[in-house]
Design a protein around this ligand. Structure first.
Ligand code: ATP
Length: 290
């Protein structure tokens, strides 16, 4: 096999809490991660020339070592002394810098894909270990499904599949850097923390309503005062039938969970008309692990 085409799935956080800061500056988190059916397409082709070449449909994305797919390919080449090169064609559909782990998922796809086309025979655990060098979300993007993520996001405990439901993804036309959000996060005794264990329990009991009512993201305390549009989108989803709506990761993307297709369509139409969003997609829960 000389080439492979893979889906790189986006993730949402059903819950995100920050519990402390390590001496090296990284924040300790507790998050419920969930893959959804919104994806980039990553095609990898073996080449005789040793170079790594990246092409993408988004003109503003780098195609050198600043792109995570390039870094992933380089890491695999170095680590396993691969002499051949690769040509990677990356078709982006996941919004960039959105809190949906698009870049991490693309990198995960490159690790999985190169393991296959170069017949390296690496087990998933090993790929996840390698992935961590590229970013804290990469191991989860390799594993997929539903998981509790602790540490800096890399300590993963798989959870049973989250109940299926329609998901609405809405990104406003603002950009938020993850670095900015964490640097401006202030936690004190008055800060309301989401109950991550409650969400995990609701998932185990397959109770969608309790998952929705438990949803919470501590990073909204930074982003919502700065970008009130995030709150407007949340409210509009809830007014139009969402069981609940929340910002994913460090934002600014908001997602809503819905009970049925009719509700999600209503919220989609309302948001489309409002002009509050730049990207708007209906999606659903993707539970298959790799
Ligand atoms: P997270 O949820 O993990 O914080 P994110 O959705 O906020 O991720 P990404 O879309 O992964 O953010 O990208 C963040 C930055 O990384 C962008 O500013 C972009 O320039 C850079 N980047 C590098 N490689 C990629 C890639 N393959 N896809 C998207 N962005 C990339």
């Amino acid at each position: 096999m000389d080439d492979i085409s893979l889906k790189a799935l986006a993730k949402i956080n059903l819950g995100l809490d920050v519990t402390g800061k390590r001496e090296d500056g990284y924040h300790e988190v507790r998050m419920i991660m969930q893959t959804i059916h919104l994806y980039d397409r990553v095609e990898i082709k073996k080449t005789k020339s040793p170079a790594i070449r990246v092409e993408t449909n988004l003109y503003y994305l780098p195609v050198n070592e600043d792109n995570l797919v390039y870094r992933a390919a380089k890491l695999m080449k170095d680590e396993f002394k691969i002499k051949e090169g690769v040509r990677i064609v990356l078709q982006k559909f996941i919004p960039v810098a959105a809190g949906l782990a698009g870049g991490s998922s693309d990198a995960a796809a490159v690790l999985v894909g190169m393991n296959r086309i170069f017949q390296l025979g690496l087990k998933q655990d090993r790929l996840m270990e390698i992935g961590l060098k590229l970013g804290a979300d990469v191991p989860f993007c390799i594993m997929r499904g539903t998981a509790l993520a602790e540490g800096i996001g890399e300590v993963l405990s798989p959870l049973p599949p989250m109940p299926k439901c329609p998901v609405l993804i809405a990104k406003p036309g603002v950009s938020v850097s993850t670095k900015f959000v964490y640097e401006n996060l202030r936690i004190n005794e008055y800060t309301k923390h989401p109950d991550i264990d409650k969400i995990a329990e609701a998932i185990k009991k397959k109770n969608l309503k309790d998952v929705a009512s438990g949803m919470g993201n501590i990073l909204e305390t930074v982003t919502i005062p700065k970008y009130p549009v995030i709150d407007e989108i949340k409210s509009m989803m809830i007014e139009n039938g969402a069981l609940n709506a929340m910002m994913s990761g460090s934002g600014p993307t908001v997602f809503g969970l819905f009970q049925g297709e009719k509700d999600v369509r209503r919220a989609y139409d309302a948001l489309k008309q409002s002009g509050l969003t730049r990207n708007l997609y209906t999606s659903d829960i993707h539970n298959n692990r790799r």
